[in-house]
Design a protein around this ligand. Structure first.
Ligand code: IMP
Length: 191
């Protein structure tokens, strides 16, 4: 699918922070982001890719037009990749304080934040992946952003995502990366 309709993208999300991050990155590329807060079901699966693909199939069925969603997860090495695809549930239950408790005494604090964008073009789904390496901070720091932002420090920085301006976070974040891959895909398709 090509043409002007690709200039407006429907982002299925109820998360205002994700929406703002996407708009900040996509608007300068001439792509308007429109929110659809559908509350799609997140299936219980072992990978973000599976969750995203199931979600976008459901959204496409509902909306009957091209749309995009994003599923993210924090994978902590010392915890065997936990919470990974269960990041939302874990955040809603034990929260950041619970993660800090689980990490008490851990020598290796390395972690990866992953983002999977699923975009359905009306014919088929496409996935775009972003990954940011980093570590779990020893203290919760920063009041910006959302979710696990106060405990994730991207490699090469002394700041948590929660201490970064939105633009700075977008430049290094998992979501920034998957969104840029999505922008490249759209621009290649227009050629
Ligand atoms: P979901 O992609 O909305 O399912 O996110 C899973 C969990 O990770 C939720 O608890 C989110 O708050 C959290 N999360 C997703 N993206 C980010 C991020 O960029 N920074 C911090 N937490 C995030």
């Amino acid at each position: 699918m090509t043409g002007p309709s690709e200039r407006t993208v429907t982002f299925v999300t109820g998360n205002a922070h994700k929406l703002a991050e996407a708009a900040a990155l996509l608007s300068p590329c001439g792509i308007t982001v429109r929110q659809a807060d559908l509350g799609y079901p997140e299936v219980q699966a072992d990978s973000l890719e599976e969750v995203a693909l199931a979600g976008i199939a459901w959204c496409m069925e509902k909306l009957k037009k091209p749309c995009l969603l994003e599923d993210a997860g924090l994978f902590i090495k010392a915890l065997g990749g936990f919470p990974g695809p269960y990041s939302r549930y874990v955040h809603e239950t034990i929260g950041n304080a619970g993660i800090m408790r689980l990490m008490e005494g851990a020598q290796d604090r390395s972690a990866v934040f992953r983002s999977v964008i699923a975009y359905h073009d009306g014919t088929e789904p496409h996935l775009f992946i972003g990954e940011t390496l980093g570590h779990i901070s020893t203290r919760l720091e920063g009041t910006r952003g959302f979710g696990y932002d106060p405990l994730f420090v991207p490699t090469g920085y002394d700041l948590t995502f929660g201490q970064m301006e939105q633009q700075e976070k977008n430049a290094v974040s998992h979501r920034g990366m998957s969104l840029r891959a999505f922008v490249s895909f759209l621009s290649e398709r227009r050629c």
